[in-house]
Design a protein around this ligand. Structure first.
Ligand code: PFF
Length: 467
């Protein structure tokens, strides 16, 4: 028998609330904003395929491991790791999983909030009617105007940070649980409305071909690493967000099924978002798939500006994007806030305010990286790109990898089995095999290939080493 921990936090009132909250965390800017533009930057089909494989082979098994650790420890990732390490007498270095999560969450939220701010700005643009009859050039201009105004960016970044902290401070069931139950289904409905528009008015066949026709020649080590990183980013994996939500999960809810539901919904939203955006991209010469972070913001307003009722749909769409970002952002600081509260050095209010301020300040780096600091570069990347690369492509996969190793190799198999509650031996053994061998090897390999490609260090590439 293990000394399963009792938590100090409230638990969700049903498995369904966990599904909604975890989906709320998973579905966010990653699906609607980031997935389409990185698919566009990395050549489409082959990238999408690698991303789907990463979700299936690495993301889902590691998500199960992360939920399991959280439910076992019933506390913030930092303290869950302390308890787990104590329980199995593992070396203290494993505490690093919790700490790395806190740092990754804070850094991601800093830029996430700036981008969510764009969505709020666009929501108001829709309402103002500025988009009537918008064409590709007009839309690009509108986007550039926003990026060129640090004041606008800072204003909406601040607003979004206040919104995030408001829910975080309100607490687990009252704040987080309630917020996501209505938003997610509504978002899906609106994406389907957009999809219908794109099928009728955009170049749908070109979009399908772009996203699903696989051509491996455009794939590089760097794009494989981006696909891997995005699988972790989009599922909120590898930094303890899912672990801390797992800590609030009821005792006997089945982890496997629950995780499959969350990952399935997340993937569905990303693909539908892609299929709604690319037909518009291909129908407008002023926009190219490799447009970058502005892709969503320059393509969709054209659709809204030219469809009946577009102002209302546009308003609703960006409102929902904001809300999807909102339900993700709260999970980004939850590991940090939960940890701080557990140390009894702060109340939820104080912890929320402290981390909100840190993220806000850090976010200014992203704001200026679109303007005045554009040329300040580290390893060729500006502040925003560097923060994104470091967290999504390095810290999250690495976090996921060490979690897989911890659960696969270090934890007691009976404890793991009890917690997971899988009767089928074959499924359990396959899952353990993936955690023990496939995940660590695959993540390490992809990371090394990606880094060797990006920084031109061929000695890092295992392919080169053996050729
Ligand atoms: N999964 C979120 C998205 O796709 O937008 C982003 C995210 C949330 C990443 C929470 C990591 C995390 F812990």
């Amino acid at each position: 028998m293990s000394n399963k921990a009792d938590g100090v936090h409230e638990t969700w009132n049903s498995r369904w609330t966990f599904v909604m909250a975890a989906t709320g965390s998973a579905v966010g800017l990653g699906n609607i904003w980031k997935f389409p533009y990185i698919a566009g930057e990395n050549g489409g089909g082959a990238f999408v395929l690698i991303y789907l494989i990463c979700i299936l082979v690495l993301g889902i098994p590691i998500m199960m491991a992360e939920v399991l650790m959280g439910r076992w420890g019933r506390s913030s990732p930092v303290h869950t790791m302390y308890k787990l390490v104590d329980e199995i007498k593992a070396p203290r270095i494993w505490h690093g999983i919790g700490w790395m999560g806190v740092v990754a969450g804070v850094v991601i939220l800093s830029y996430y909030s700036v981008i969510a701010g764009w969505a709020i700005h666009y929501l108001l643009q829709m309402a103002s009617g500025n988009i009537n009859g918008l064409d590709g050039a007009g839309s690009s201009e509108m986007f550039a105007e926003m990026l060129g105004s640090p004041r606008t960016l800072i204003f909406y970044h601040s607003l979004f940070m206040v919104m995030t902290m408001f829910v975080v401070i309100a607490g687990v069931t009252k704040g987080l649980g309630r917020a996501v139950r209505i938003l997610m289904p509504l978002l899906m409905v609106l994406l389907l409305v957009l999809l219908t528009f794109s099928i009728r008015m955009g170049d749908f066949p070109a979009a399908v071909n772009y996203l699903f026709a696989v051509n491996f020649s455009s794939l590089t080590g760097q794009s494989i690493l981006t696909a891997l990183g995005h699988a972790f980013f989009t599922l909120s994996l590898g930094m303890g967000a899912i672990m801390v939500y797992g800590a609030y999960m009821p005792e006997h809810a089945p982890i496997g099924k629950t995780v499959l539901t969350v990952a399935g919904l997340d993937t569905l939203v990303a693909l539908v978002a892609g299929l709604a955006i690319f037909p518009i991209v291909f129908a407008n010469e002023a926009i190219v798939p490799s447009e970058g972070p502005g892709l969503l913001f320059v393509s969709l307003p054209i659709a809204f500006g030219n469809m009946p009722g577009g102002i209302i749909f546009g308003f609703m769409f960006f409102a929902l994007v904001t809300m999807a970002a909102w339900s993700s952002s709260i999970s980004l600081v939850e590991p940090a806030v939960a940890w701080f509260v557990e140390t009894k050095k702060a109340t939820r209010l104080q912890a929320g305010l402290a981390f909100g301020l840190i993220c806000w300040l850090l976010g200014l780096g992203t704001v200026f990286s679109f303007g005045a600091w554009e040329d300040i570069r580290l390893l060729g990347l500006n502040f925003f790109e560097f923060a994104d690369f470091l967290t999504a492509n390095i810290m999250l996969p690495l976090g996921g990898m060490v979690m897989a190793i911890f659960v696969g190799w270090m934890m007691n198999t009976n404890t793991v089995r009890d917690e997971l509650d899988i009767d089928n031996d074959r499924i359990f053994n396959a899952w353990t095999f993936v955690l023990r061998y496939i995940s660590p090897i695959a993540i390490l390999w992809v990371t090394l290939e990606g880094l060797s490609d990006i920084f031109g260090w061929p000695w890092l590439s295992l392919l080169n080493l053996f050729s």
